[in-house]
Design a protein around this ligand. Structure first.
Ligand code: HEM
Length: 414
């Protein structure tokens, strides 16, 4: 006879799995925990309310359906919890990824996109920056080990987006620090002290970007912020409102572009250096570079959780969900769903995997071409310019569940 479970036993089991996800070991390797979660069903009640979704098809379908919405300002106001109404959470709820149509459609159009010419132009900067960063990595490796995360992964995204937005290089370190701090407000279960850190960082970011918009308005040129000012002026007669729209775009582009891309660069390099065969394979077959990057995005994506709320009462994977209830799409788990990817725990640079690392549907990541450009440029130059590198020790992960971050990536010449 099969094991009989009751709702309270089920709940205790899920609480225990979530607690394990929040430990250092769980953050280093959450995948066995995800497998246990998945074995409990594609849609599992979350201990704090709402549901956790671990099946690939269900996550994909939810992201593409108009029946699922972002937890927007209106939704947040109705939840009394400080977690949704802390100053940093409210500020995030005004940015592009937290909007629903029709407001989302309007702001997404105003944001524009990375067309081929822009990508080609940024590509030259990325190439030069990678050159410079690998030079300093090589210098350091001559004396022994080097922290790839600090020397390369943390530097390339801020140099790329900072140059594109026209932000002075002297500001990059503090922008990067504020970005790391604000991310807690977007975490799965932030603590009160983490929210306070996010609030402080968000206040700094707000002053910085409002001052930037004011300055650009007085010196309009052909940079993206000036372009957004022109676009918003044509949409919004009230100049203060227009400036607020530009501020929110510039703010979110920076937040979206830094940590996620740094994590991708570090994870990609981690998978490269932990297995000599992989390094040799990519060095011999540079045509595999794009597939290697995509497999990294499947195997361990920078964001492991994307949340949505139900627009109406419905069923998801046979489970009833009430209107306004939240579902957490456990993208990190969905990417290892054996129903989607055969032998999902094997890192295989030969597959060209479907993945949800950049989300799906109307909120599909605007910066995906830029993130891919940075990762592919770095990987190509790394294997062609440097002798093989080896991992010195396992990296330490930041205490997060949704947003992965490697605090170090210590490598040495093999
Ligand atoms: C590896 C790097 C990146 C990853 C993994 C990533 C991931 C994501 C994800 C998961 C979303 C959707 C969130 C949701 O559905 O609620 C998103 C949205 C977004 N991303 Fe990225 N991102 C990356 C890099 C970038 C870069 C470099 C930029 C900008 C230059 C960027 C700009 C945006 C914007 C503006 C949105 C909002 C789109 C919308 O809501 O319509 N991202 N990103």
């Amino acid at each position: 006879m099969g094991q009989v479970t009751t709702p309270s036993v089920d709940r205790r089991a899920t609480v225990s799995l979530i607690s394990r996800l929040r430990t250092a070991e769980g953050q280093r390797d959450p995948f066995p925990i995800y497998a246990q979660l998945r074995s409990r069903g594609g849609v599992v009640p979350a201990p704090w309310g709402g549901h956790l979704v671990t099946g690939f098809e269900l996550c994909d379908q939810t992201l593409r359906s108009a029946n699922w919405l972002e937890p927007d300002t209106h939704w947040r106001e109705k939840q009394g919890a400080h977690r949704w109404n802390a100053p940093s959470a409210r500020e995030i709820s005004r940015t592009l990824p937290a909007l629903n149509p029709p407001e989302h459609t309007r702001v997404r159009r105003a944001a524009g996109s990375f067309d081929r010419n822009t990508i080609r132009r940024i590509g030259r900067t990325v190439h030069r920056t990678v050159d410079r960063l690998l030079e300093s990595l090589s210098d350091q490796l001559r004396d022994g080990e080097a922290d790839f995360a600090a020397l390369v992964s943390e530097e390339l995204p801020v140099a790329t987006i900072g140059d594109w937005l026209g932000l002075p290089a002297a500001d990059w370190p503090r922008l990067r620090e504020w970005t790391h701090e604000q991310v807690y407000t977007q975490e799965l279960l932030p603590s009160a002290s983490q929210l306070a850190r996010s609030d402080a960082a968000m206040a700094e970011l707000r002053s910085y970007f409002l001052a930037l918009v004011r300055d650009r308005r007085n010196n309009l040129a052909d940079d993206p912020v000036s372009e957004w000012i022109r676009t918003w002026d044509s949409l919004e007669p009230d100049q203060e409102e227009a400036d607020e729209g530009v501020y929110l775009l510039a703010l979110f582009v920076l937040l979206a572009a830094l940590e996620t891309t740094s994590t991708l660069l570090s994870l990609m390099t981690l998978h490269l250096v932990e297995d000599p065969d992989r390094w040799n394979l990519v060095a011999d077959r540079p045509d595999l570079v794009p597939a290697f990057v995509e497999e990294t995005l499947r195997f361990d994506p920078p964001s492991h959780v994307i949340s949505r709320v139900a627009a109406m009462d419905c069923t998801l994977g046979g489970v009833e969900v009430r209107a306004e209830e939240m579902v957490h799409l456990m993208v990190g788990a969905a990417h290892r769903d054996p129903a989607k990817h055969p032998d999902p725990d094997r890192f295989d640079p030969h597959r060209k995997p479907a993945h949800l690392a950049f989300s799906g549907g109307i909120h599909y990541c605007l910066g995906a071409p830029l993130a891919r450009l940075e990762a592919q440029t770095l990987l190509r130059q790394l294997v062609s310019r440097l002798p093989r590198l080896a991992l010195v020790r396992r990296p330490t992960m930041a205490p997060r569940v949704a947003f992965r971050r490697l605090l170090n990536l210590d490598v040495a010449l093999a």
